[in-house]
Design a protein. Structure first.
Ligand SMILES: Nc1ncnc2c1ncn2[C@@H]1O[C@H](COP(=O)(O)OP(=O)(O)OP(=O)(O)O)[C@@H](O)[C@H]1O
Ligand SMILES: [Mg+2]
Length: 383
């Protein structure tokens, strides 16, 4: 979908755009130091006639903290349940630590899952919940005590050890569920929207604790979320899912700056999207913003992040880039930045984020300005 191209704007030659490189591919193997801990090949799962997961190929390496990110219903939980062994794929192979576990149940796999609803035993104390798996595994009592204490400390619940589950808040129950899964020291810890029910403050606190726990105990974490901020703040690799497929699997940086598809570009972060056409290698964004871009004829999508656009009064565009004329329609102060909204000649809404205070922009609502951006901050999708 992405291809090398040379852009000319108003007949001014400019340097070629950066090609969508294979940095993602390189990064995928970076620091892996050998074999994947989880390997999925050609995984498919349908419910009735509905293809919930559609041909997923994913390799997760030891020590990775992977986020599975996507909108509601895109198949995240279904995929996680197949990794955990709670659901069997219709097709494909899942290997964990080199072993084909496709037809194995959850108990046979070196995984542990923290479900969205916590799944704690309500009639047991916090301590009993955390020690339950170890007890079933037949570990000696003294060892269980030691491991439970350790994990209570990890999730900062030591003082609640004797409490009944019913006497805990949602956030505290979440910590117990996490400690219970951690107590088994799974090779792969699976988390499904584990922080979604918490309020913002507590969620941020738990995020930094999860990061710290991951660093402290190592192991591989895979967690499902529909929250981009959460995915980016926790994971070293993000799998962006859409309609049962993984559209991109790469570092947060790569996903944000080099999205592979227009879905990834718009789902992750803010994006200005221009739908237009390419005819004989020419794209006419507006009458004036015309540039050369080799590729097939047809509909295309252009994406530019709001922070990469510069409004200028008086209309002296940066000739090394692309520019359009637009009218300011809204201005809102967002704290660390100011968002300016414009409507361009084609009636398209364009947002521009400027660092600092609104007054610095000096732009009045209703005013016509020139919006320009460097051509290498623009991504063209053939879709
Ligand atoms: N047991 C089931 N029977 C029938 N359909 C199912 C079942 N489980 C999931 N689905 C369907 O498969 C699709 C993917 O569901 P899944 O739970 O994996 O989505 P999700 O990405 O986790 O969404 P959310 O963010 O809302 O939790 C949905 O359309 C859902 O309705
Ligand atoms: Mg889900």
């Amino acid at each position: 979908m992405i291809h090398p191209r040379v852009v000319h704007h108003m007949n001014m030659p400019i340097p070629p755009l950066k090609v969508q490189s294979s940095a993602a591919d390189r990064e995928r193997g970076e620091g892996a130091g050998g074999l994947p801990i989880v390997s999925m090949r050609g995984i498919r799962k349908a419910f009735g006639g509905y293809q919930a997961v559609d041909n997923i190929n994913l390799e997760i390496f030891p020590g990775d903290f992977v986020a599975i990110l996507g909108p509601s219903g895109c198949g995240k939980t279904t995929l996680l349940r197949m990794i955990g062994g709670f659901l069997q794929p219709d097709e494909g192979v899942i290997e964990i630590d080199g072993v084909d576990v496709t037809r194995q149940g959850p108990a046979q796999r070196p995984t542990n899952t923290v479900f969205q609803g916590y799944g704690l035993f309500p009639h047991m104390s916090v301590r009993q919940n955390i020690g339950y798996g170890l007890k079933i595994a037949g570990r000696p009592k003294s060892e269980i005590e030691r491991i439970v204490d350790l994990n209570l400390g990890l999730v900062r619940m030591t003082e609640f050890a004797g409490r009944n589950i019913r006497e805990l808040s949602g956030g505290q129950q979440q910590r117990v569920a996490l400690a219970r899964a951690l107590a088994m020291r799974p090779k792969v810890l699976l988390l499904d929207e584990s922080l979604a029910a918490l309020d913002l403050k507590l969620r941020q606190q738990m995020q930094s604790e999860l990061r710290a726990i991951h660093q402290e105990i190592g192991g591989t974490f895979v967690f499902v979320t529909h929250d981009q901020g959460e995915a980016f703040s926790l994971a070293n690799k993000v799998a962006v899912m859409n309609k049962g497929r993984v559209e991109q699997f790469a570092s947060p940086h790569e996903i944000y700056h080099r999205p592979k598809t227009s879905f990834v570009a718009t789902f992750v972060g803010e994006a200005n999207v221009f739908r237009c056409r390419r005819d004989n290698g020419v794209i006419a964004l507006t009458q004036d913003a015309v540039f050369h871009d080799p590729g097939p004829n047809g509909d295309i999508t252009i994406m530019v992040r709001p922070e990469n656009m510069t409004p200028s009064r008086g209309g002296s565009p940066d000739t090394r880039g692309i520019s359009v004329k637009a009218r300011a329609v809204d201005k809102s102060f967002q704290g660390s930045f100011t968002k300016l909204s414009f409507i361009d000649e084609g009636g398209r809404e364009i947002d521009v984020n400027l660092g600092g205070d609104a007054d610095l922009a000096g732009i009045e609502i209703g005013e016509f300005v020139t919006l320009s951006w460097q051509s290498d901050s623009m991504i063209v999708f053939d879709e």
